[in-house]
Design a protein around this ligand. Structure first.
Ligand SMILES: NC(=O)c1ccc[n+]([C@@H]2O[C@H](COP(=O)([O-])OP(=O)(O)OC[C@H]3O[C@@H](n4cnc5c(N)ncnc54)[C@H](OP(=O)(O)O)[C@@H]3O)[C@@H](O)[C@H]2O)c1
Length: 295
């Protein structure tokens, strides 16, 4: 079995490449070249050429690519739809004719934030442009691939302790290390998932030929404040904390669209299917903080 990762240079793609068995994945890149990778721009390039140029036919294609920034989608709905919807449909159509199973990377952002611990059968009701594009693709796949294998993975916020923007826990550790002020929304809930666990689970879903929709979230519904307190507690045992924490409401922050307040999802169906649950935020911090702080 080989798995094609389309858009493999990003956060999840990098984790998938790190977790895959040797020779298990083929990867595409657009701007940042990957050793042995294939250059592919989903907006510009013909997906039939991508598939016909591969060495062997993959069993699955993980569709990672796209405009993944929520505000960028809101700022430019037409431009983001070009890649997230139009290019995605072109690729899905080719995968269907080649008999390759699509693994579509969706999001907890297909929900409106008014529910809690939502399961896979809860009806999507996106309030973000990003979520509307994702929900549209979910519906397209459900209808185009009805009766054929397909996988829709709805990821919660993926987290780890590596440094860098977009990585919530790692960003807080950066702030704590520099003594920077940390601003927390007190009314936001979600089910953060370890990036490494989510990558492993994605590969396991493909290896097990699972089909249908699965939520890929952590085992807990936590507020942003609760998550930060876990990070701070573990950090404080190793380093002094000088950062000042201030609080606000999520939608006091200058987003282009109001954000869902409760994005928590229930991932029991996935845990049953792969035979294990993901690490809690505390387990993740206990395990990764000493490595991150090189202690
Ligand atoms: N990370 C999360 O917490 C999270 C949560 C829920 C859902 N998801 C979903 O999971 C998927 C992967 O997320 P991610 O965080 O890894 O995203 P990411 O870090 O933003 O990476 C996106 C990838 O898409 C590629 N790409 C962008 N435009 C492209 C184009 N026109 N043609 C080909 N490739 C293109 C990028 O390549 P270049 O860098 O070369 O442009 C990059 O490799 C996305 O569909 C995202 O919506 C992620």
């Amino acid at each position: 079995m080989t798995i094609l990762l389309i858009g493999a240079t990003g956060m999840l793609g990098s984790a998938l490449r790190a977790q895959a068995f040797p020779g298990e994945v083929m990867s595409t890149w657009r701007e940042r070249p990957l050793p042995h990778g294939i250059r592919f721009d989903a907006k510009e390039d013909d997906p039939r050429r991508l598939l016909s140029g591969l060495q062997g036919r993959p069993s699955h294609a993980v569709l990672l690519f796209g405009q993944t920034q929520i505000d960028a989608c809101a700022r430019d709905p037409a431009g983001s739809r070009d890649v997230n919807v139009s290019a995605m449909i072109r690729l899905l159509t080719c995968l269907k004719s080649e008999g390759i199973t699509p693994v579509y990377c969706s999001t907890d952002g297909v929900f409106d934030g008014g529910g809690r611990d939502l399961r896979e059968d809860a009806p999507p009701n996106p309030i973000l442009e990003y979520g509307r594009q994702k929900a549209e693709m979910e519906a397209f796949i459900a209808s185009e691939f009805a009766g054929r294998p397909h996988l829709i993975l709805r990821y919660a916020k993926l987290v780890g302790l590596e440094t860098g923007r977009r990585n919530l826990l790692g960003e807080w550790v950066d702030d704590l290390e520099r003594g920077r002020e940390i601003r927390l929304a007190k009314d936001q809930y979600f089910s953060p998932a370890s990036l490494a666990d989510a990558a492993k689970a994605t590969l396991e879903c493909a290896r097990r030929d699972l089909t249908g929709i699965y939520h890929v979230g952590g085992p807990e519904r936590l507020s942003r404040i609760e998550i930060f307190e876990i990070v701070r507690r573990v950090y404080e045992r190793l380093q002094e904390v000088t950062s000042v924490v201030t609080y606000c409401r999520l939608n006091d922050l200058p987003f282009l669209e109001p954000r869902p307040l409760d994005a928590s999802i229930n991932s029991e169906k996935l845990y049953q299917a792969i035979g294990r649950r993901f690490a809690s935020v505390a387990e993740l911090c206990e395990c990764e903080m000493p490595i991150r702080l090189r202690i």
